[in-house]
Design a protein around this ligand. Sequence first.
Ligand code: URA
Length: 240
Amino acid sequence: MRLDKYLADMNLGSRKEVKGLIKKGWVTVNGEVIKSDKFQVKEIEDQVFLDGEEVVYQKDFYYLLNKPAGVISATVDDYEETVLDLFDDESYREDLFPVGRLDKDTEGLLVITNDGALAHRLLSPKRHVEKEYYAEVSGILTEKDQERFAEGLTIDGGEECLPATLSITAVDEASESCSIHLILHEGKFHQVKRMVQAVGKEVTYLKRIRMGGLQLDESLAYGEYRSLTPEEVQLLEKRA
Ligand code: URA
């Protein structure tokens, strides 16, 4: 890879800016000052220093964001705040994107990455990667509803859902509401809300708590994010 691309990929400035740094003699490769931006670097083997600080190459970036309500699952938008607007200048990169979508009013686990291949695998309908949601519902879901979810529900517009696991975790008779956990193996538009609607109730609060083997880190406040550990990246691809 060209030396200027290497430095720009590591977020050390635009291509033009890093070319300037190289010309000034601020960059060494394996101990030698290199003044040509076309110089070819081996990402893994070579030791690159900028102004005396080592620049270790990283190709893929993975973050776990605890999405707050009120921001949209997009990269840029002229009017609305996006999940990438929550990133600080040090972590922000133009190639980051959210893996799938959560509705504007949905909270919780959202993976942000620049790894298109991983995103593709996670979202592929063939792979059925599990997604688990916590929801608060107006109306009381019943055992009969659980059976219907388990059999595979038909939602509005005639779309058929794969069997889903519904657990009713709390019931409040007085306010006629309940809390649920729902495990899905696919990701249709507004799926949780539409499934609950199909049995005559309404989601009033929704949060994603798991994707594959990756759990939401509850120590992250809403709007906070952190890098995934290599173990967590592997867990992501696990179904259960
Ligand atoms: N299902 C929904 O209805 N909304 C989401 O944001 C995610 C799943």
